[in-house]
Design a protein around this ligand. Structure first.
Ligand code: BG6
Length: 492
């Protein structure tokens, strides 16, 4: 199936942190793929900004190398690399100081209607400083937008400071807070699944759903990010944003429209309805873990403490939570969330387990009647499976069997969807903020996370160790098994 491409209007994109890891690894390859597909109009410009004193040619060579490394399909794009590189520019700017701002201004188009997007791929401490200087140099036009990456703060208070500093210069509708999970194809399919099919929505409530599981597991360790990660931990790095966003999309009420505010209003209400977890109930509802030496893909790997070079750090690399949403639709339905590094596989999956049938109609010899489960796989092998019970075909008595109605997107459509950053960047240019987080959503997420952190900080317990390559501490298994349920593994 050929994807339907609609060009976006000509724009100037300024990337602060333009020689950083995120830019080379994700942003330029994403922009390149949109360019190669013909989505960017001629005249569009991408201006990288950083303190590094390199020439435009050096920068272009570095982008070229990054495209070869991070976009394995780049050779299929003919001369697109050259035309993409021709659209790039590089300006030396000291984001925290005074040098370079006039040069940057001179590089921008003076058409007041042209979309100007400022991507702040920098540390959050610089967000306010950059915003102030952009304003002081008169670079913010009505058609300007600013894009910021997580972490937006390390708690509610610091997020408030960052949001205030951006809000002093940009209006809320100009601020695009990225959570790249919202750009993933299957995450958006959640909306289609729920609201474009008559089948699920009538059953999507505590009357019919037994529980929901959300797993985002990674096989990698902290790699070169130990400095950042050790100050963050899995709760802030993954749960505050990605997992809670997935939870919101599963649990929110149907929005009145697909407008950015209608969707974000509903997501915020979910966050505000979460049962508070604090010192009183954290031990029953949370498990945190930290990986020790073990194996990944058959190779020995070091433990977290050795990787960060600190034998006393209490930073968690694994979290499991049991959440409740205290509202009419979800009362009594547990949402089990887990995420961690150095788990056996990289899998992101949402499992919606329906209630068991009310009456045992079949003889015990027919076998067990399993719960109907809807498994939404975000990665890898994006797709949806609905596990149903059927009669085993053939003669020889009546035996029940579990089988999946299985739809793999790659097989069904023969295309791989665009990467999250491709879609999100194009949405910024189109001015569509539906897949970005509004200020109150981020702050509501922190309001839920902060008491958990507080409870952990006051606790005498350390994170529970788990062997790299396992599914986390055994306490995470106990968290769900106490309720007579089990984590779904292998999409079943
Ligand atoms: C990032 C986290 O937001 O998401 C990383 O900071 C994590 O720690 C990454 O590895 C996972 O993203 P993805 O798209 O690979 O699942």
């Amino acid at each position: 199936m050929t994807p339907h491409i609609v060009q976006v209007e000509t724009f100037d994109l300024v990337v602060f942190g333009g020689t950083g890891d995120l830019a080379y690894r994700k942003l330029y390859p994403a922009l390149f793929r949109r360019h190669a597909d013909g989505q960017l109009c001629p005249g569009t410009r991408i201006i990288a900004v950083s303190r590094q004193r390199i020439t435009r040619e050096d920068f272009a060579a570095a982008v070229n190398a990054a495209l070869i490394r991070f976009d394995p399909a780049h050779t299929a794009h003919g001369d697109a690399i050259e035309t993409f590189i021709a659209a790039l520019d590089y300006v030396v700017v000291d984001a925290a100081g005074e040098t370079g701002w006039v040069d940057l201004q001179a590089n921008l188009s003076d058409d007041p209607d042209r979309v100007r997007a400022f991507y702040l791929a920098t540390s959050p401490e610089l967000f306010g400083k950059i915003a102030d200087r952009l304003a002081a140099h008169g670079m913010i036009t009505p058609a300007s937008r600013v894009i910021v990456e997580k972490p937006i703060g390390k708690d509610g208070a610091s997020a408030g400071v960052i949001n205030d500093s951006l809000g002093a210069v940009f209006s809320e509708s100009q601020i695009y807070r990225i959570d790249h999970y919202l750009g993933k194809e299957t995450v958006q399919n959640l909306m289609a699944l729920r609201f474009a099919n008559a089948l699920f929505e009538p059953l999507w409530n505590s009357g019919h759903i037994d529980h929901v599981q959300i797993t985002v597991s990674e096989s990698i360790g902290v790699e070169s990010r130990a400095g950042y990660y050790d100050k963050s931990g899995a709760l802030r790095d993954m749960v505050q944003n990605h997992l809670l966003q997935l939870l919101c999309l599963v649990a929110m009420e149907p929005p009145a429209s697909l407008s950015a505010d209608a969707v974000r209003d509903e997501k915020r209400k979910v966050l505000q309805s979460l049962l508070r977890i604090d010192a009183k109930n954290a031990s029953e509802r949370t498990v945190r873990g930290q990986y020790r030496a073990g194996a990944a893909f058959g190779e020995a790997v070091p433990g977290y403490l050795d990787e960060v070079g600190d034998q006393n750090t209490l930073t968690e690399t694994f979290v499991a939570l049991k959440l409740e949403i205290e509202n009419w639709r979800w009362a009594g339905v547990p949402f089990y969330l887990r995420t961690g590094k150095r788990l056996p596989e990289r899998i992101s999956e949402i499992v919606v387990a329906f209630r068991r049938v009310p009456h045992a109609l079949f003889a015990t010899t027919a076998g067990r009647v399993h719960q109907t489960k809807l498994v939404i796989r975000l990665q890898p092998d994006e797709g949806i499976k609905l596990w149903l019970m059927i009669k085993e075909p053939g003669p020889g008595g009546f035996r029940l069997r579990r089988v999946p109605l299985d739809m793999s997107f790659a097989e069904a459509f023969g295309v791989n969807g665009p990467e999250a950053y491709e879609r999100l960047l194009m949405d910024v240019i189109r001015g569509n903020a539906t897949l970005f987080m509004r200020r109150d959503e981020v702050e509501a997420a922190w309001a839920f996370i902060d008491p958990i952190r507080q409870a952990w900080a006051e606790s005498t317990e350390a994170p529970r160790p788990y062997v790299a390559g396992s599914w986390g501490p055994s306490a995470s298994v106990a968290l769900i098994e106490r309720d007579g349920r089990t984590w779904v593994e292998d999409g079943e």
